[in-house]
Design a protein around this ligand. Structure first.
Ligand SMILES: O=C(O)c1ccc[n+]([C@@H]2O[C@H](COP(=O)([O-])O)[C@@H](O)[C@H]2O)c1
Ligand SMILES: Cc1cc2nc[nH]c2cc1C
Length: 346
């Protein structure tokens, strides 16, 4: 998967240097807890002792033919309508991005009806939505490869424009179904534990969704490779996020993963490219059932637990100030020596 995007190995010399720099700051060793490990992770991911916390959110949007089977409380048109909202600056993602100083690039990875041109929009031009995965594979091999490549190149472009952190968020009615199916097929997690309300199904709706997902999974039973799972279950935005994770890692950025669907993309990408793990930070624990199963499988300790289940990168943007604080700690905090403070006794 994306072999041309090679991910540099973490420098052990840099690790020692950054750990020493953190311990030289005016605080008892370890007293900034997770902020210290975040600072180290940012530095190692970026390959520099003074990491950059400027962030770009890739907002990956696409549609899903499986919505025809009643797996979402919302119609597919809402994907495009929300993308128009992103363009107008009115969505939660826009509000939070403005409040934390992150940029947003909207990626039309395969929306059923194309949005109008906009300076913040890039188009994949692959296909207008994934096929109905109950009837046939959601994507062809060429479509998966193109979506991975589109995401990887979009991420590299953001790093080249100056982002040290690439945040991954999405918009796609029906995409919790793809997320559940991918986590089931790639990681062997149980489908019933992975199936939740998504954007607002009631109890009967969740039961219907689980029935559909079981039937979809039965069409492609057993464990699948990350690539084959994306073919079978889609979606284009999830493949693009998986590609973006690999692309951003290859370009020496940290990757900030949003909620349930972005984590499914990370599960797929890290199964294919485990060497990217050093770059990946999980922003929050979503309220969507099954997110904790994915996070546990990844050995991830998300930064926030706020009961969020929106998507669109909202949780990643809310976690960003913690990363900014970690980078600022490394860059700006005085050392015992510079501040003339006595060292610890004993
Ligand atoms: O990020 C999450 O944890 C999350 C959890 C549930 C739903 N969503 C959002 O809701 C949409 C998918 O929900 P659904 O029910 O249509 O599959 C999609 O646009 C996601 O951004 C997002
Ligand atoms: C309104 C709405 C906004 C969203 N943002 C991300 N997923 C979403 C799903 C819905 C339904």
């Amino acid at each position: 998967m994306l072999e041309e995007f090679t991910i540099p190995a973490v420098s052990e010399a840099l690790r020692a240097r950054v750990l020493a720099a953190i311990d030289a700051k005016t605080k008892p060793p370890g007293s900034l807890g997770r902020i210290e490990t975040l600072a180290l992770q940012l530095a190692l991911a970026q390959g520099r002792a003074a990491p950059d916390a400027s962030a770009a959110l890739l907002l990956c949007a696409a549609d899903h033919g499986l919505v025809a089977e009643g797996v979402s409380a919302w119609p597919s048109e809402v994907t495009l309508q929300m993308v128009l909202n992103f363009m107008a600056g009115g969505a939660a993602a826009n509000v939070f991005a403005r409040s934390v100083g992150a940029s947003i690039r909207i990626l039309d990875c395969g929306i059923a009806s194309a949005p109008p041109d906009h300076p913040a929009l890039s188009r994949a031009g692959i296909r207008a939505g994934a096929r109905n995965a109950l009837r046939q594979d959601a994507l062809t091999a060429d479509e998966v490869a193109a979506a991975l490549d589109f995401g990887a190149r979009a991420a590299v472009a953001e790093v080249e424009k100056g982002a040290g952190i690439v945040a991954l968020g999405e918009m796609g009615i029906g995409n919790t179904s793809s997320g559940a199916l991918l986590a089931h097929a790639v990681a062997g997690l149980p489908l019933d534990g992975l199936t939740g309300a998504g954007a607002g199904l009631d109890e009967a709706g969740v039961a219907r969704k689980l029935k559909v997902l079981r039937a979809v999974a039965a069409r492609r039973p057993g464990r699948l490779s990350p690539f084959d799972a994306l073919r079978a279950f889609g979606g284009l935005e999830i493949a693009a996020m998986a590609g973006a994770l690999i692309g951003a890692s290859s370009a020496r950025a940290a990757v900030l993963v949003d909620g349930y669907i972005a984590t499914a993309a990370a599960l797929v990408a890290l199964e294919a490219r485990p060497e990217a793990a050093a770059h990946v930070i999980f922003a929050h624990r979503s309220a969507e059932a099954g997110h904790d199963l994915m996070l546990d499988r990844l050995g991830a300790a998300p930064l926030l637990d706020l009961g969020l289940r929106l998507g669109e990168g909202s949780g990643a943007l809310l976690a960003l100030p913690l990363l900014k604080a970690a980078a600022a700690m490394l860059a700006e905090m005085a050392t015992f020596e510079s501040a003339g403070i006595s060292g610890k006794e004993g």
